[in-house]
Design a protein around this ligand. Sequence first.
Ligand code: MSP
Length: 525
Amino acid sequence: MTTTPRAYRATTPIYYVNARPHLGHAYTTVVADAVCRWHRLLGHETHLLTGTDEHGLKIQRAAEAEGVTPKAFVDGVAPLYAAAWERLSVRVDDFIRTTEPRHAAGVRALLSACHAAGDIESDTYRGHYCVACEAYYLESDLVGGNCPIHARAVEYVEEDNWFFRLSRFEGRLLDWYAAHPDCITPRHRLNEVLGFIRQGLQDFSISRRSLTWGIPLPWDPTQVTYVWFDALTNYLSAVGYGQDQAQYEKWWPVDYHLIGKDIIRFHCVYWPAMLMSADLPLPTRVFGHGFLTKDGQKMGKSLGNILNPVELTGKYGADAVRYYFLKEIEFGRDGDFNETRFVQVLNADLANDLGNLLNRTISMAKKYCQLQVPALDVAAIEPEHPLKALGDALSDRVRLAYENLAFSEVCHLILELVQTGNRYLDQAAPWTRYKEGNTAAVAEILYTVLESVRLGAYWLSPIVPALSTNIYKQLGYSVDFENSLKLQAKVVLESHDRWGTLKPSQALADPTPIFRALELPATDH
Ligand code: MSP
């Protein structure tokens, strides 16, 4: 029976090009890729959108500081993001740049819809503006006169602008969240958003007269669009809003906006209100994750404590970085990056627990079973066999953990299977059974361990696609988790989700270490 695959779509924020890609940006993007890879495994048609945020005062000033035009500046930086994601094995379906014509068309369409609805009106703005946030602040928001996020001086601005009447949406937003309490995760972020709305919402200016680097308003070309109104619209313009109705209907609303907690208000207050005004469906879910910190401080350009994902990937490989992000940082909470800890975790989990288990078991299969998966009747393995029982029991738990974006739990569940495999192998001592001439026992021991490693590799593939591909190769398969993203390949893989799939007598590849132990850094940085 063929069923139409469900379409699944996730987005990352689009990153400001005044900074080079850093590990904080990489974190959100890797998470989004892992979620999408999981859905591809399930056979869903999947779409991952990321991109770059290229307009606004911040970018204009960064270009001025380098003595180049904004266009030349953004054209120089945007490709660095695309290249970084490729290095991290992120499979991007669409990379949108806000300087593209398709994006301008989407912004004009959304502005016109909100304007036609009567929710954009002219007014005068007087107040404080933080260029780093590209956001206004009330006097009461400031800390010692400075921006509460960047601890830098804000600028006083006075301009006649066009305003979005956000204040009209308080009731509708509260009703929406009451009816869709799962729409924002983790739950405490929903409470933060509700608290913010209940304090009363201020209208916000959606245009700038003093700036030229932006998208002109359709009805007043003397002003350009405020960078956040511009940026949020990327989620629509990328899927053809205002231009390609069929594409738009296929991919909107999005299943998950994955964002950092710093931009939750923009995504959970401004954005839904803009969509409500234009009478468009709201995103299904928003996940506001924590910060990647270095020595307890948010990693970012402003604090000058950034790590370069390309360098780290060059040194340790994409899988290592991906695994550390997803296992060591509980998704939703802040997590510290420490290179010593990084090396220790990878060596313990991937080189030692997983890598050694596979390596020594294949070596025994070479010695005792002519480098083949042992021949036996899989159906005759007792349901109580410790590895079969655990493999069966974990299946639903791994699915649920992925469903909840609980990646750390996914990794722990797989490690439980791997560690149980190691203990079982030690206790079952196939070398002794072999000496005794008990070939049936040897076959069962080696099969059940190899099958557990296979299942673990399958489940881990959204997180460490190259490593999983390698494990599969050693087990005699030609599956490429890293690159074969076409739907058909996923359908073929569907049956791999159960314990007991490994084919008896399948030829194995010669044992070679799948993950070499990493060297501890001389000093942590
Ligand atoms: N351009 C806006 C977003 C517009 S989306 C319509 C922006 N860009 S940003 O480059 O400053 O960063 C955006 C995102 O990068 C954050 O929300 C977060 O997802 C990610 N991160 C940046 N620094 C980070 C950490 N130190 N840790 C984790 N994520 C971080 O805001």
